[in-house]
Design a protein around this ligand. Structure first.
Ligand SMILES: C[S@@+](CC[C@H](N)C(=O)[O-])C[C@H]1O[C@@H](n2cnc3c(N)ncnc32)[C@H](O)[C@@H]1O
Length: 362
């Protein structure tokens, strides 16, 4: 958790400049979010509404979800002829997140609210801490949102951590078709522990008929080794191995690295929800998202280059901390990654699968 943050600042490789894909994912989840908010207003009619965005990050996307949610609450209240509730909005991320950047952009949000909506009071706060555990007081929340964050595990699965003597997932950095059953089981166990703790924590924090809309990377296939769930990591491992072959990286470093990430299937999520028992899932969508959706402003770059930039903005701090590559080798790694992606793209255009799931508190 100490090394899990996106690339900071506003430079070429920053998350701020390379998060259009995640912005698109927020939009994809909007219809479920709208329905959830409508139902809260209809069924609970809160005077003061607790809203949280978990894993808000910093940069242009950090207020995108809450801006949309505030707009939805205002529009739905007007439509239903209800007074707009007071809003208590919490922006959560890990303590390493650049909350100062988030707070600086709040002035724009408040101005928008004042000029465009009939909302009398909206209090926005930042809340550093892990969503794998309690964050909020008991029954203080009505709506929880999270986008592009819950595929991150709380830690590298036990047995696959760098300091373990025998490396079980040699030459790979995530589950792959050649991974042994023990590697897959270790990832599944970590997902099970993390997701059930997430549900338990939110269950205490949300009142009855509270709702959550969560969107994160996942898969449609029951097979955790399906390309849609892990091919981006497969190609990253290939790029790292080519650096090792040329003596820029120690192979042992690759053998000992495993990403704290898991892309679950809807069935795996459902299983955890039923086991935990506090929520029902009332909507599930699995969207395909092109690795390179061609929307980027960098149209002069190759597809591989655009995909590599999106991934780099997210994984570089983690790679930096483990591999301790200098800036030139890091550039070289992503040059090779981008070439490998371009080669693969000449045969297949790869897609991620993003799950958007709506939950209701019993
Ligand atoms: C890819 S960013 C997504 C940011 C934003 N929601 C968006 O859609 O662009 C993922 C964010 O999740 C945060 N995150 C990961 N694990 C977390 C945890 N356990 N608790 C809180 N935040 C976490 C990361 O720090 C990062 O800022």
């Amino acid at each position: 958790m100490h090394v899990l943050h996106m690339n900071k600042g506003e430079g070429e490789t920053s998350y701020a400049k390379n998060s259009q894909l995640q912005k698109k994912i927020i939009s994809v989840g909007c219809s479920m979010t709208e329905a959830a908010i409508f139902n809260i207003l209809l069924e609970v009619q809160p005077k003061s509404m607790g809203i949280a965005d978990l894993g808000c990050s910093s940069g242009p996307n950090s207020l995108t979800a809450v801006s949309k949610i505030i707009h939805m609450v205002d529009a739905a209240s007007q439509r239903m002829g209800l007074p707009v509730p007071e809003l208590r909005v919490s922006l959560n991320d890990l303590p390493g997140n650049d909350f100062n950047d988030v707070f600086k952009s709040l002035a724009g949000l408040y101005k928008n609210i004042k000029n465009n909506y009939g909302i009398e009071s909206c209090y926005v706060s930042g809340l550093p801490g892990s969503f794998y555990g309690r964050l909020f007081p008991t029954e203080s929340l009505h709506f929880v949102h999270s986008s592009s964050s819950l595929h991150w595990l709380s830690q590298v699965p036990l047995g696959l951590q760098p300091n373990v003597g025998t490396h079980l997932n040699k030459d790979k950095v995530y589950i792959s078709k050649s991974s042994s059953m023990s590697v897959i089981k270790a990832y599944q166990k970590q997902f099970h522990e993390d997701f059930s703790l997430f549900l338990k924590s939110r269950a205490k924090e949300m009142g009855s008929k509270g709702r959550m809309v969560l969107s994160f990377m996942g898969r449609r296939s029951p097979d955790p080794c399906a390309d849609e769930a892990c091919y981006q990591w497969e190609l990253l491992a290939r790029a790292l191995m080519s650096l090792a072959l040329d003596g820029f990286v120690e192979k042992e470093k690759i053998d000992s690295f495993n990403a704290p990430y898991y892309a679950p299937s809807p069935e795996e999520v459902k299983h955890e929800v039923e086991n935990e028992g506090s929520f029902v899932m009332d909507g599930v969508d699995a969207f395909e998202i092109e690795w390179d959706d061609g929307d980027s402003s960098d149209l002069k770059l190759s597809s591989g280059n655009r995909v590599a930039k999106t991934i780099r903005a997210v994984v570089e701090p983690m790679l930096e901390s483990h591999f301790r590559l200098g800036p030139e080798i890091m550039d070289e790694l992503f040059r090779r990654y981008s070439n490998i992606i371009d080669d693969c793209f000449s045969e297949t255009k790869f897609k991620y699968v993003n799950l958007v799931i709506s939950f209701m508190r019993n």
